[in-house]
Design a binder for this molecule. Structure first.
Ligand code: DSN
Length: 434
């Protein structure tokens, strides 16, 4: 492939499959000329792309280093040990499992490791920002375990104390009443720091174990922008592809005491052969996240989300919880336009080259498919080098797009401005033209 936009360091090797090559080329162009504001996405480094596209995909390695069910794993063992060592060092953890194929698998494995079927788990309400694996009726988690939930405090309308933050009185009350065996902290749509300490205290007060789902803030924790739950929680789960900026996948950190239970729950409990090519890419990402530049990156992600949120507030949107302390901005669209749903906003923004996702807001009257909110994230655009000035431009562009959503000519003008902006911040400058 010879294009201005490269999809991987190995594009040229796809000449024998022009159909896939063309599709990858189109996706490379999409990622390079539209604004990536999905809060759970990022741009990995070319080194991460190279490792995840490597020959390690050929190897079966069921088991763990030194204890595999297949021969020929001498090198693979070194790769997985390197990934585990780098991850434990990055977070100061006693034990790491780098095999989970996704964050959902990591969570499921922890439940399996620590609980019996039917045990009670206390986690965040889905419509207040919790994840599917925190007890959605659609998830297998709720069929195996009994979930009870906590949420955020009501919106107050007072700009100095806006509310919509985790209600620890409620966490403690439900914990006392329901006596969960496990308390889960963590969310997918919540723009504030999650302090692990009050959760620990509540868990101790009712004799519960404590799991921190760090899928979203893992990179902010690694980069020192958020407090670390490691050493506070019994188990920390994470994804490697969001703010941590690695390949798509999950990982689990635990105390040494829980290591065996966690490892057995991942394999053979839940998964078969580990994706060693992805584990190699995780190792690359963990090394990248341990460098001082990554601390600068994490701080900039938070600063950029703040700048984007301020620009959106200026454009007339209400920010859920009144602001942001992480990589996310959760918008309540109703103050901007009571008729505008998250679904329509997402679709119109997509046409203008602005990629984000609709999201419920606390106590949303609309369904999760329609929603009254939008979730935006700053992690990917920060990787491209964008800063405050670009966030201000993007906030204004979002306002303009949604204001003129029925005006195709205006959407076309925004699309052109978005393309121009993105071309100044290529995600893969060293691969372009490959
Ligand atoms: N898909 C993830 C997110 O967007 O937050 C959660 O699984």
């Amino acid at each position: 492939m010879s294009s201005q936009f490269a999809a991987s360091p190995f594009d040229a090797w796809l000449v024998d499959d022009p159909e896939v090559s063309r599709l990858l080329g189109r996706e490379a162009e999409r990622q390079s000329t539209t604004l990536q504001l999905i809060a759970s996405e990022n741009f990995t480094s070319p080194a991460v792309l190279a490792a995840s596209g490597s020959i390690l995909t050929n190897k079966y390695a069921e088991g763990y280093p030194g204890r595999r069910y297949y021969g020929g794993n001498q090198v693979v063992d070194e790769v997985e040990n390197l990934a585990r060592d780098r991850l434990t060092a990055l977070f100061g953890a006693e034990h790491a499992n780098v095999q989970p194929h996704a964050g959902a698998n990591a969570n499921l494995a922890v439940y399996q490791a620590l609980l019996d079927p039917g045990d009670t788990i206390l986690a965040m309400r889905l419509d207040h920002g919790g994840h599917l694996t925190h007890g959605s009726p659609a998830s297998i988690t709720s069929k195996v375990w009994r979930f009870v939930s906590y949420g955020v405090s009501p919106a107050s309308g007072d700009p100095d104390k806006p509310g919509e933050i985790i209600d620890f009185d409620q966490v403690a009350d439900v914990a006392r009443r329901e006596r969960p065996k496990l308390i889960v902290a963590g969310s997918t749509a919540y723009s504030r720091i999650i302090d692990p300490l009050p959760f620990r205290e509540i868990a101790d007060s009712v004799g519960a174990l404590f799991m921190f789902d760090a899928a979203h803030p893992a990179g902010l924790i690694a980069g020192g922008a958020h407090p670390s739950p490691v050493g506070v929680a019994d188990v920390v789960t994470l994804t490697t592809h969001k703010t941590l900026r690695g390949p798509r996948g999950g990982a689990i950190l635990s105390t040494a005491e829980l290591a065996k239970a966690v490892d057995s729950a991942v394999f053979p409990g839940l998964q078969g052969g580990p994706l060693e090519h992805v584990i190699a890419a995780k190792a690359v990402a963990f090394a990248e996240a341990s460098r001082s530049e990554f601390r600068t990156y994490a701080a900039q992600v938070v600063a950029n989300a703040g700048a984007l949120g301020a620009a959106l507030a200026e454009a007339g949107f209400r920010l859920v919880s009144g602001g942001t302390e992480n990589h996310q901005v959760l918008l309540d669209l109703r103050t901007f336009d009571a008729e505008l749903t998250g679904k329509v906003a997402q679709e119109v923004l997509d046409r203008a080259g602005i990629t984000c996702n609709r999201n419920t807001i606390p106590d949303d009257q609309r369904s999760p498919f329609i929603t009254s909110g939008l979730r935006l994230g700053s992690a990917a655009l920060t990787t491209t080098g964008m800063g405050r000035p670009e966030m201000e431009v993007i906030g204004a562009l979002i306002g303009r797009t949604l204001q003129h959503r029925d005006d195709e000519a205006e959407l076309g003008r925004v699309r052109a401005e978005v393309r121009e902006l993105c071309l100044g911040f290529p995600p893969y400058p060293t691969l372009a033209g490959a």
